[in-house]
Design a protein around this ligand. Sequence first.
Ligand code: FMN
Length: 172
Amino acid sequence: MRTMEHFRNRRSVRSFTKDDVPEEVIAEALEAGNLAPSAGNLQARDFVVVRDHEKKRVLADAAHSQQFLADAPVVIVCCANQERIAGYGPRGRELYCIQDVAAAVENMLLYLADAGYGACWVGTFNERKVSDLLRLPMHVRPLALLPVGRPAAEGRSPSRMGIDSLVHFEEW
Ligand SMILES: Cc1cc2nc3c(=O)[nH]c(=O)nc-3n(C[C@H](O)[C@H](O)[C@H](O)COP(=O)(O)O)c2cc1C
């Protein structure tokens, strides 16, 4: 059973040891990602697993020099697939496939934290550069870069707004 600790234990990790991440861990993280809900169960998401050093360096560059992307043993590039969601029209293309990816990313982050690995959701990057580097088709949009590795340092623990300031009952 999931406890609140399960959610509290996940932190964004931006510093990694040189230890490798076994293929099985990446495979399970991807499986966890794809167990997330998706609009119409169409799973309008694709993942590109990057281990190549030079490619990771270019990813870091595309992400405005977020160097920890180059330092992580693995980066999983999480993409929306606009073709697979096309049956839903503009709402599918502009919203559902993005939500499909977001749900998968959170599952992956929680799985990795449970398995003793660190990761960070990186959304600040130049999409064109990432698409060119990975030869993504036009209908595939990179949305999140997930560097994965063994944490070299405890992730910060940023506070949250009080839930009272975010939740509204019955109306705004
Ligand atoms: C859509 C999105 C984009 C993000 N982009 C970045 C990013 O480019 N670089 C980064 O270091 N962290 C990024 N983060 C991570 C957040 O900074 C982090 O989740 C937040 O500070 C809360 O910390 P926590 O994940 O440890 O709870 C992003 C998170 C989300 C959800």
